[in-house]
Design a protein around this ligand. Structure first.
Ligand code: MF3
Ligand code: CO
Ligand code: CO
Length: 249
């Protein structure tokens, strides 16, 4: 069931999203070669606590950390580790969900560490573009869920990348994962709902440089590409308000 948000709820999610956006500004300046993914998680967790928010992922279905940090062929849900040291040429996505005063926002940025290859840089640019094209498509009055999917597909198709189908975006705002599912490809098994005022969703294309297939490691979380190709992920929480779409994060 989709829980539409009131204006008051959206104001709460706006504050939560603004805090998450400022966390990424801090991370933009601080994420560096030589840090472990545990170090990155730690500075994010400290920021969340210092700002009186809650790291929603910590303990979610038993997840052990505040953030998901996914390097190179890890697509999503990379578990922070002291052994995983960021090195020149790595592509690293940091996915953070936080709860401020009961309102949840969810966003992912992907960072290039030092100098990445041309191919990896292009993957990052195209994936981010897919997110913004999907947001533009969702901004059109009367837009529907499939418009988001079509925007991701048409952005990515010229590059022959793999669009991950096993995970998707979602409703958000009161908790991490709410209805509806927001696919990055047209999935006709799910209805093409109209985006109505009060809808708050996380849009999050997950794109592999190679094949779309993924596998989950034995830790039960880490999602990697089957062909070991590099993957990328960008995510924003957006709200449909009476004035149109607004990016919350
Ligand atoms: N932030 C993730 C998402 O975009 C959710 C991660 S759940 C966790 O949907 F438990 F893995 F952290
Ligand atoms: Co997320
Ligand atoms: Co999400």
């Amino acid at each position: 069931m989709i829980e539409l948000k009131t204006k008051e709820d959206i104001e709460g999610i706006r504050k939560s999203g603004a805090l998450l956006s400022s966390l990424f500004k801090m991370l933009d300046k601080n994420i560096k070669e030589g840090m472990s993914t545990y170090d990155v998680d730690k500075i994010c967790y400290e920021f969340i606590k210092d700002n009186h928010a809650i790291a929603s992922c910590l303990g979610y279905c038993g997840y052990p950390n505040a953030t998901c940090i996914s390097v190179n062929d890890t697509v999503i849900h990379g578990i922070p580790s002291r052994k995983n040291i960021l090195k020149d040429g790595d592509l690293v996505s940091v996915d953070i969900t936080l709860d401020l005063d009961g309102y949840v926002s969810d966003s992912t940025h992907t960072y290039e560490i030092g100098n990445v290859s041309k191919e990896v840089h292009l993957l990052n640019e195209v994936t981010r573009k897919a997110l913004y094209n999907a947001i533009d498509a969702a901004s059109v009055k009367g837009a529907r869920l499939y418009d988001i999917a079509r925007a991701v597909e048409s952005t990515v198709r010229p590059y022959h990348y793999g669009i991950v189908e096993d995970y998707c975006g979602h409703g958000v705002g009161f908790s991490i994962h709410e209805d509806p599912l927001v696919f990055n490809y047209v999935n006709t098994r799910y209805s093409n709902k109209k985006l109505r005022e009060g809808l708050v969703i996380a849009i999050e294309p997950m794109i592999n440089m190679g094949d779309k297939r993924i596998k989950v490691l034995d830790d039960g979380w880490t999602v990697k590409t089957v062909d070991a190709s590099v993957a990328c992920h960008w995510e924003h929480t957006v709200a449909i308000t009476e004035d149109g779409l607004e990016i919350m994060t």
